[in-house]
Write a protein that binds this ligand. Structure first.
Ligand code: NOJ
Length: 469
């Protein structure tokens, strides 16, 4: 089977991780500009001041993408570049930059897929409570409206938010991301609800503008599986899926939060301050979503947590699903499994779990269109005779693309695949050591770009539409 002509082979990035130019051309300061400069917060105190200088080199980068045959580029727009103080004046230079970037994509026939929020919040809003303050919801809708009006004639694919669970849980539970608040479920649930509300309002607004493109949200998807058939572990995995999957997918695709969680957080006094009007807009906007974006890297293997002491994980080496994390409510924890394959950063490599996860999405949410908006391997790439021979990345993406093919054959409605990342970029907490790209960026040599082995491999896959996968 070949992938259909309307299936998009893409690659992704995010503004803070690639652009640099943190204080140029009228850009406002973001929460990440501030947070990353607090000593010890990131690996070797790396920050996005320069990143990979995509702001100045986007032409060179997009040319390389075109050479690779990339059909679509998923990038994010930096809110503080567009509206420097969050909800005040628009910065024309910011609009100009994204106009240029979008036009450059179109010049090569690359479909621009824009994410409105990939974690860099204007610092003014962060200081006023960030996502726990409803001012940010209102500000986001205005910012989104600005982007739709400026770019919507050419951008027909929009993602509102990237990985709400990640920026909210690291922001308010483990403290690994700004605003670095730990162990605060009240703020966490308020922030998640405010983001979901902002999403719902934005989707409705976009439809009112009648720009005839598509809009959705991207969720981090870490399906939780019990390690065995013990009832207590099966229950632990169910609980994990309710809090970490359903809490985010249900309001977007079904229009209501999962009852199981709603009931428990009420008992615990964690219910967000939500109004009937907000719950109503969440309900009425659900059917307006055109797609769901899914970022999949790994599953979580779950057991019941017997240890009474709740350990809040704040390790930059760990992600939500990675083994060794105890859930914030102390109910479950993630473990390594025997015979599991793991990356250098301890993330499980499990394409089978990806297929199971996609089946679960179809079972729970029906035929909603799916884009795999991120998937890829973080590695310290091998360099032999000055060539970047990233064979493990090729193997990883190959196995996951096979799953996408199989899923489509089973009738799961997947319309595109975006490798993370199109080019090496700044990892939020891990600096430049952890690479994901098809294009290498030489940190020691003027940020020169170089094609990796995977570049040629992905080009071939796209040319042949995955026929020999
Ligand atoms: C998900 C995030 O969206 C992206 O920004 C990050 O770099 C990758 N995961 C890899 O951790």
């Amino acid at each position: 089977m070949k992938f259909a002509k309307d299936f998009l082979f893409g690659g992704a990035s995010a503004a803070y991780q690639v652009e640099g130019a943190w204080n140029e051309d009228g850009k406002g300061i973001s929460n990440w500009d501030v947070f990353s400069k607090i000593p010890g917060k990131t690996f070797e105190n790396t920050n996005g001041d320069v990143a990979i200088d995509h702001y100045h080199r986007y032409k060179e980068d997009i040319k390389l993408m075109a050479e690779m045959g990339l059909e679509s580029y998923r990038f994010s727009i930096s809110w503080p570049r567009i509206i420097p103080d969050g909800d005040g004046k628009i910065n024309p230079k910011g609009i100009e930059f994204y106009n240029n970037l979008i036009n450059e994509c179109l010049k090569y026939g690359i479909v621009p897929f824009a994410t409105l929020y990939h974690w860099d919040l204007p610092q003014t809003l962060e200081e006023d409570g960030g996502w726990t303050n409803k001012r940010t919801v209102k500000a986001f809708v205005k910012y989104a409206d600005t982007c739709f009006k400026a770019f919507g004639d050419r951008v027909k694919h929009w993602i509102t938010f990237n990985e709400t669970i990640v920026f909210c849980s690291l922001g308010y539970l483990t403290g690994g991301h700004p605003p670095a608040i730990e162990n605060n479920p009240i703020k966490y649930f308020q922030a998640t609800h405010n983001v979901i509300t902002a999403h719902a309002k934005t989707v409705s607004h976009y439809k009112e503008l009648r720009q005839f493109g598509e809009i959705g949200i991207t969720h981090s998807f870490t399906p939780n599986f019990s390690v065995d058939n013990k009832e207590e572990n099966i229950f632990a995995a169910y609980h994990a899926n309710q809090y970490n999957v359903a809490w985010f997918f249900d309001p977007v695709l079904k229009g209501t939060y999962p009852e199981y969680v709603v009931k428990q957080i009420k008992e615990k006094g964690w219910t967000p301050n939500w109004t009937d009007e907000e719950l109503e807009i969440i309900k009425s906007s659900a059917e307006k979503n055109d797609f769901i974006g899914v970022n999949y890297y790994q599953p979580a293997r779950v057991i019941k947590n017997d240890n009474q002491q709740v350990k809040m994980e704040n390790s930059r080496e760990n992600s939500a699903g990675a083994p060794g994390n105890v859930s914030f409510d102390g109910v479950w924890k993630t473990v390594r499994i025997d015979n599991g394959k793991y990356t250098k950063w301890g993330w499980e490599i499990a394409p089978d779990a990806f297929l199971d996860g996609l089946r679960i999405i179809k079972n729970n949410y029906g035929d909603i269109k799916i884009y795999i908006t991120e998937n890829g391997l973080g590695d310290a790439d091998p360099i032999i005779d000055e060539e970047i021979v990233d064979v493990p990345r090729i193997k990883y993406i190959e196995a996951h693309l096979r799953v996408v093919k199989k899923a489509i054959e089973e009738g799961i409605n997947i319309k595109g695949y975006y490798a993370w990342s199109v080019i090496d970029l700044l990892s939020w907490l891990n600096g430049y050591k952890k690479q994901y790209g098809f294009i290498y960026v030489d940190q020691k040599n003027n940020l020169n770009r170089k094609k990796k082995l995977s570049f040629y491999w992905y080009k071939h896959i796209i040319e042949t539409r995955g026929e020999d996968l």
